[in-house]
Design a protein around this ligand. Sequence first.
Ligand code: FE2
Length: 287
Amino acid sequence: MNTISQARGVERLVRGQDTQDGAGVRLTRVLSNDLQQRLDPFLMLDAFGSDKPDDYIAGFPNHPHRGFETVTYMIAGRMRHRDSGGHEGLLQNGGVQWMTAGRGLVHSEMPEQEEGAMEGFQLWLNLPAKNKMCEPWYRDIQSADIPEFTTASQVLVRVIAGTTHGVSGAVTREQTEPLYLDMHFPAHEGVVLEQEIPSTHHAFLYVYRGGLDVVARDVQTAVPAKRMAILSNGGNCVVLRGQAGTRAILIAGKPLHEPIAQYGPFVMNTREELAQAVDDFRAGLMG
Ligand code: FE2
């Protein structure tokens, strides 16, 4: 197989926008509204990382969601989740929380630490129209329960979602087939990882330590820390060459090609459905 001829290149680098959410948590919105069509089925990616308590201590008090899934990956720190479905869990160092909002719930995400570093990501994954009003679902996945494998070139890959190299991730989804990997390159320079990506999928990666090159047939593109690289469509893999100690997440999913209507924490297909979501929330129907 001539892998490189099928390798995806970088279509665009994105810096993200510094913003605040919740009760004043500082974060970087890497995947913002203007990229929702391009990166369908993904709606949002926030990166947070600070060792200053003032940047995170206010947390995310009670707020609703409807019509999609939230996937929170905690690299460092401790966050307590509670929701109106009666779920409660402590999300910490290396763990993942996967929440399907479905027809709606109210939840809070509050730091359970007063000092030290808090670092991680929250990804929003859309639901197909036929599942937007499904029963809410929730799962806490502790770090030790996230499947991992190590490549021959000594890259450690944690499989948060999807199936790759014969390893099935912590969560799989039928229609959007999300692939969510956290890749840890070893402590020496220039190690190469060839990672398969289904050619049907939209894909992007985000470097959170170090830096890497995306190597395609005719061009290689340097991706520094704190940048998202949107990968070109169509190829069946990506070839990455990491600097020493580089860490990056790779996210891919099969587009839904359905209309996206968003109002804050509600993501539906039409404006009428959004108005219904607001009414239902005000009427206390989301818990
Ligand atoms: Fe939330």
